[in-house]
Design a protein around this ligand. Structure first.
Ligand SMILES: *Cc1c(COP(=O)(O)O)cnc(C)c1O
Ligand code: SF4
Length: 350
């Protein structure tokens, strides 16, 4: 079975009606579309033909007309990656850790993606020289203890290229941890082969993988098997979830997801409030709604099942827990004051 890369492919695969496809053509021209063969098969087996966008898996990947609307507060670079990039492929926001982004392509294109203006199939990967320069930046900054490899999706790289990055980092004595963020275990579980898993570890370096999963239904048998291959290779897993209206913004869905993750040896790490990415307002609950949901989880599930609810402060100021101690509502109307990790205050609307 082939991967799908356009709205026409979705129609040909029976996942969209021609009318629904016509309604999203301009959206799909602006924001990339892709489904892996695995997801194509999974969606075909579960989609409610009358209103497929009600399916929490389908709605994460198949474009909807709502994306055509860009809300006034939405931004092209919602979390300020560009302003914090000292060399191509590196984002250095916190003293002790950097992001390394070796490529901008993904196996799937999530409709709520916070980097949607940057990721895509044409999205540039670092050339060999650029990757060397990015690694040299890490080598020259002894304060960097943790390297977060993200993208795009780093697990789209070949095992050979991944091994090269991991080896280079393990050769830097000040780097203790490499953390790879990926959607691949949930979107293309067969890609998590023993060879790929093996490429992620090296002596003298702790490898962690953060898997992006938003709904318990994503934890199918092939996905659970992929997670097990990583864990059984000695790689601790943490979970990264985006709080999404219509997909997981209710207590039952969050409970099932976090229990499912812990049951599969994935510690829920962050529950992200959706970033202000263009054309994603239909996915964004309010901060007050998110806070109420997270508060409700306290009594329902164990501490192992509790992620930290976080907001990435627009403008490149880093993440702040989206709890009242960090985020203060200013006389109602969705105006907030957020404290960043240095103690500085920022206005936020949401
Ligand atoms: C999210 C992020 C990190 C990692 O932050 P943690 O809170 O340690 O997960 C590092 N650098 C940048 C630029 C980030 O956006
Ligand atoms: S896999 Fe990650 S980077 Fe890629 S589209 Fe989805 S959210 Fe964005």
């Amino acid at each position: 079975m082939k991967a799908l890369h356009s709205v026409s492919d979705l129609v040909a695969a029976g996942l969209m009606t021609p009318d629904a496809a016509d309604a999203v053509r301009s959206v799909a021209d602006r924001y990339a579309v892709a489904l892996t063969p695995y997801l194509r098969e999974t969606l075909a087996g579960r989609t409610d033909a009358a209103d497929p966008q009600r399916d929490p898996l389908y709605a994460q990947y198949v474009p909807s007309p709502a994306e055509a609307y860009t809300a006034p507060e939405e931004r092209e670079d919602p979390i300020g990656d560009v302003v914090r990039s000292p060399v191509k492929g590196i984002v250095h926001r916190y003293p002790d850790r950097v992001l390394l982004k070796p490529l901008h392509a993904c196996a799937v294109y999530c409709r709520f993606c916070f980097r949607r203006e940057m990721v895509g199939p044409g999205g540039e990967a670092l050339t060999a020289e650029e990757l060397d320069a990015a690694l040299a930046y890490v080598r020259d900054h002894p304060e960097v203890w943790e390297v977060v490899v993200t993208g795009g999706d780093p697990l789209l790289l070949s095992p050979r290229r991944l091994r090269g990055i991991v080896q280079a980092l393990s050769d830097m004595p000040h780097v203790g941890v490499v953390r790879l963020h990926s959607r691949i275990p949930a979107a293309d579980p067969e890609r998590v082969t023993p060879e790929l898993v093996e490429a992620l570890t090296a002596p003298g370096l702790a490898t962690w993988v953060a898997v992006h999963v938003n709904h318990a239904d994503e934890l199918t048998p092939p996905v659970r098997a992929a997670l097990a291959r990583l864990v059984e290779a000695g790689i601790p897993l943490v979970g990264q979830t985006v709080l999404l209206k219509g997909i997981n913004d209710n207590a039952e869905a969050l409970e099932a997801l976090f229990r499912g993750l812990v049951r599969n040896r994935v510690k829920p790490y962050y529950l992200h409030h959706p970033d202000l990415a263009a054309g994603t307002s239909h996915f964004r609950p309010t901060l007050a709604e998110g806070q109420a949901l997270v508060k409700g989880l306290r009594g329902r599930v164990s501490g192992l099942c509790q992620p930290t609810y976080v907001l990435d402060i627009p403008g490149g100021h880093g993440k702040a827990p989206a709890a009242p101690a960090w985020i203060e509502e200013q006389d109602g109307e969705g105006e907030y004051r957020v404290t960043d990790f240095t103690g500085r205050l920022h206005d936020y609307r949401g």
